[in-house]
Write a protein that binds this ligand. Structure first.
Ligand code: URA
Length: 244
């Protein structure tokens, strides 16, 4: 027996949180009866679950690792018809969604999946995984700027959590900085570097939790192996143990 919202997120209906809203709104039926209670457990192999009158089927869970090029937006649909990351993975037949986001002009590692529980865990503000970015910035940050990035920067939405920052290379009038953060606020890396006086000229995400881009060219993607999925699921186990 499993929680109704878990089955719904696994079927690709919505995230676990959104599924809870759908349940309490009275849109879900189990064996012909409307269920609004959030703790309800069901047997996914026997019970007939309908959302808005449509029977839900369990979809095979897939995990896609994409090396996103610049020029693509991180969304499933774009009302303005711009190029999206979904255009790059057209052979994936499951209804996957991006885990978090990268800006249109940011390149690098983006995970996509139809596993709503894993998405919830990986993007959870207090459990979020470490993400490493390589930024080319204007000017050369001195040691005190690097320390400020590590200790916390006051942005308009509050102080950033401790991070890891390294000056990787000094060029003529720019530098390469590596920054590892575990939060995921909008434009966070660009805002942090701008606020210490070194605006980002180029940004690439090279690590996401236990994953990196080894062997993946820009625009390429691959499915995660079972052991890579298992490693990521440890984050989900941690979130579940805190919340249940
Ligand atoms: N931080 C940014 O500023 N942009 C991204 O795309 C990701 C993190």
């Amino acid at each position: 027996m499993e929680r109704l919202q878990k089955i719904m997120s696994q079927a690709g209906i919505a995230s676990r949180r959104k599924s809870e809203e759908i349940i309490t709104a009275g849109r879900v039926e189990v064996n012909g009866k409307v269920v609004t209670e959030l703790g309800t457990k069901v047997n996914p192999n026997e019970d007939i679950i309908k959302v808005d009158g449509q029977k839900i089927e369990r979809e095979k869970l897939v995990y896609v690792l994409l090396n996103k090029p610049k020029g693509y937006i991180t969304t499933v649909d774009d009302p303005r018809n711009r190029r999206t990351v979904m255009d790059l993975i057209q052979d994936v037949s499951q209804a996957v969604h991006p885990v978090g986001r990268l800006d249109k002009d940011t390149e690098g590692l983006l995970l996509l999946t139809n596993d709503g529980d894993l998405t919830y865990a990986l993007t959870h503000p207090s459990h979020g995984v470490d993400k490493t970015y390589i930024a080319t910035v204007k000017g050369i940050p001195n040691q005190s700027k690097i320390e400020a990035l590590e200790e916390g920067i006051k942005l308009k939405d509050g102080w950033t959590a401790p991070a890891e920052a390294k000056l990787v290379a000094e060029l003529a009038d720019e530098a390469i900085v590596s920054l590892t953060i575990h939060e995921g606020r909008k434009h966070q890396v660009k805002r942090m570097l701008k606020s210490v006086g070194h605006p980002v000229e180029d940004l690439k995400r090279v690590k996401f939790g236990s994953l990196d881009l080894t062997g993946l060219s820009v625009g390429g993607y691959r499915y995660l192996t079972n052991s890579e999925v298992k490693e990521l699921k440890k984050v989900e186990d941690r979130v579940n143990s805190v919340e249940n």
